[in-house]
Design a protein around this ligand. Structure first.
Ligand SMILES: Nc1nc2c(c(=O)[nH]1)N[C@H]1C(S)=C(S)[C@@H](COP(=O)(O)O)O[C@H]1N2
Ligand SMILES: [Mo]
Length: 313
């Protein structure tokens, strides 16, 4: 079994958008290849997808940056640490426990949660609370599809998510002074979780996820700060009350439950009005204005009508 390390990735694999789009056209026809990767080896494997009307036409961030500039504190706090350390996580086999207020609770094998025929490519703008942004061509399926299939009970008002807790495989979970209270946990209100933009991603750039990006399955919520996008999910619980979230636990005055991207609500230690697009010309590149709900206001603003976004940050 080959595990790809950063040093093994040839410059020729770092695709420009043009090469990438041609390759996608070719792969979209190769339906039989879908999902070999999730069932088989640990190598990034091609996935076939259908295009989504929800994609932005902005230029995707290079695959190299998307896979080497990461936040995944279970593997260290430097941006380069996840790419260097995450290969130790074993993602096969993988189960996701679904429990709580739901009619079909079970430990689901990953393969049983995903219908390869319905995988979509969704090119989303992503905004980290630290002030940088990327454009990422995710491959995944709507979280709403999974929620529908497991039949939540009417009392379920929130979905709680959990990353694996495996100190033997995750160097950052072995620290004496833990940066976060493990396992990493996140949550969404039910109407957010069932919004068509909320995605469960299993790949990016047309291939299965690298571990540093949250293999084998992670959440993507493009109108919220990146920390809502919990990686390597092993549990989804349907609950009545707002669940705890890792960053809110760590510093509740800095990171709220909602974490909607909002240029008008500053982080207590820095402004959120602008952002640096990763890959755009170094230190002196002009910062871009940050948009309300990360530019997805037309689709999601109605979820929050009547809510004070300064209070529910
Ligand atoms: N389990 C877990 N999930 C996580 C994090 C983490 O440290 N642990 N970091 C979050 C943050 S702050 C961001 S910005 C995104 C980054 O995702 P990416 O590296 O795929 O771009 O993952 C989020 N999900
Ligand atoms: Mo982030």
């Amino acid at each position: 079994m080959l595990i790809r390390r950063p040093s093994d990735i040839l410059p020729s694999e770092i695709t420009s958008r043009d090469i990438y789009l041609n390759r996608r056209q070719w792969m979209t026809g190769a339906a039989g290849l879908a999902f070999a990767g999730l069932a088989g080896s640990a190598d990034a494997a091609p996935l076939s997808t259908v295009k989504s009307p929800f994609s932005t036409d902005e230029k995707p961030t290079s695959r190299e940056d998307v896979t080497h500039y990461n936040n995944y504190y279970e593997f260290g706090v430097d941006k380069s640490a996840p790419a260097a350390n995450a290969h130790t996580l074993k993602t096969k086999p993988w189960t996701v426990k679904i429990d709580g207020l739901v009619d079909k609770p079970a430990d689901y094998a990953l393969e049983d949660l995903i219908k390869p025929a319905t995988l979509e490519e969704r090119i989303y703008r992503m905004r980290c609370v630290e002030g940088w942004s990327m454009v990422i061509p995710w491959v995944g399926f709507p979280l709403a599809d999974l929620i529908k299939r497991v039949e939540p009970k009417s009392g379920a008002k929130y979905v709680a998510f959990e990353t694996v807790y495996r100190p033997a495989e995750m160097v950052g979970q072995r620290g004496i002074l833990p940066v976060l209270d493990w396992p990493y946990v996140e949550g969404l209100r039910m109407d957010e979780a069932t919004h068509p933009l909320a995605l469960l991603a299993v790949g990016l750039y047309g291939e299965t996820l690298e571990n540093q990006n949250g293999a084998p399955i992670r959440l993507v919520v493009p109108w919220k700060y990146g920390f809502k996008g919990i990686k390597s999910i092993t549990r989804l619980s349907f609950v009545e009350k707002e669940p705890p979230t890792s960053w809110n636990r760590q510093a509740s005055n800095e990171y709220g439950f909602y974490a909607n991207v909002n240029p008008a609500v500053d982080h207590p230690r820095w402004s959120q009005a602008t952002e640096r697009r990763i890959g755009e010309g170094g230190l002196f590149a002009k910062r871009r204005p940050t948009l309300l709900f990360n530019g997805y206001a037309d689709q999601v603003a109605s979820l929050y009508s009547g809510m004070d976004l300064r209070k529910f940050y």
